[in-house]
Design a protein around this ligand. Structure first.
Ligand SMILES: NC(=O)c1ccc[n+]([C@@H]2O[C@H](COP(=O)([O-])OP(=O)(O)OC[C@H]3O[C@@H](n4cnc5c(N)ncnc54)[C@H](OP(=O)(O)O)[C@@H]3O)[C@@H](O)[C@H]2O)c1
Length: 278
């Protein structure tokens, strides 16, 4: 039996994919914060599973990654979709900017942390909702957006970081068959999880998106062909169409630089944790 793990699988496109894969005979594990949504999903079938976690926190990611690896020695598909819009800059309990933490760092930890179980699948694939080649400049000196924060551009910035995560991940796991698909689905009517109260403009834009967006079922149908076996190791998809990989957006040197900076953030977190425990 095939296994799919979906962060942000309790709602939106993640939930749509979860239901589709359940119908398709997969064991499906969703991770999210809402116990009510997660348990509603788990009640659908003995093959539907839920793990609650606040994935904006480093130790919560490590805990669930450990639990997942123990429960599923082989993972066929890993979907990274948890997100939460913040119209005002917020830091997590770890002191990390919230988009960096949830939209990027959690996906970094899941990608690398579940590479072992992915390796054991015949045609493993990671699906990450990133920028898919957006050329938003990376704020190398301000990755956690302390200056000039805007909620919408913060998500765009995190999308770009996820594109580079894909490049570096594939470099580091070059001896495996793991494929990485980066998807930008276009406007999809979902829960648009987030708080918008500090930006009435964004709040009203989201209301408009609810009117013009496509249904989750369409977003799911557009991405499914790219999860099937075959295809390149790295694929960028926007609204169901495969994109050419422009070298400027998928630069291996930038990707390594981001990896090193990410490791420094994690090392600082671990150092602080040890100091607190002394
Ligand atoms: N919808 C669009 O128009 C659109 C456009 C471009 C890109 N995307 C991308 O597509 C992906 C899916 O988006 P969506 O709109 O389908 O999602 P959504 O409906 O907004 O749902 C967000 C998901 O993230 C989970 N989540 C939020 N905060 C979390 C936390 N701290 N810890 C764990 N889980 C958390 C939520 O779980 P709980 O509710 O259980 O907490 C929920 O399952 C995202 O990466 C998004 O950026 C979407």
């Amino acid at each position: 039996m095939k296994t799919i793990v979906i962060t942000g699988g309790t709602d939106g496109i993640g939930r749509g994919l979860a239901e589709h894969c359940l119908d398709d005979g997969y064991d499906v594990l969703v991770v999210g914060r809402s116990e009510a949504k997660g348990e509603a999903f788990a009640s659908l079938s003995e093959h539907a599973h839920f793990l609650p976690a606040d994935l904006s926190l480093i130790e919560a990611n490590r805990r669930v990654i450990g639990q997942i690896a123990e429960r599923f020695p082989k993972i066929d598909v890993l979907v990274l979709g948890a997100r939460y819009h913040r119209s005002a800059r917020t830091v997590t309990g770890d002191g990390i900017e919230s988009n960096f933490a949830l939209f990027y760092l959690s996906r970094f930890l899941f990608s690398h942390g579940l590479a072992g179980p992915l390796r054991r699948a015949e045609h493993p694939v990671v699906l990450n909702f990133g920028g898919a080649g957006l050329t938003t400049p990376i704020r190398w000196d301000d990755l956690q957006l302390e200056h000039g924060y805007h909620g919408v551009s913060a998500m765009g910035h995190a999308g770009r970081l996820n594109d580079l995560l894909a490049v570096d991940f594939l470099d580091r796991h070059a001896d495996t068959d793991i494929r990485y698909v980066i998807n930008l689905p276009g406007v999809v009517v979902t829960s648009f999880a987030g708080e918008y109260e500090h930006s009435p403009v964004t709040a009203s834009q989201v209301e408009e998106l609810r009117v013009v967006g496509k249904p989750v079922s369409q977003a799911v149908a557009e991405i499914l062909p790219f999860l099937r076996p075959g295809g390149d190791r790295l694929t960028a998809v926007r609204e169901g169409r495969r994109l050419a990989l422009e070298p400027s957006a998928w630069d291996a040197t930038e990707a390594r630089r981001l990896h090193d900076l990410t490791q420094a953030v994690l090392a600082e977190h671990d150092h602080r944790t040890v100091r607190r425990q002394l």
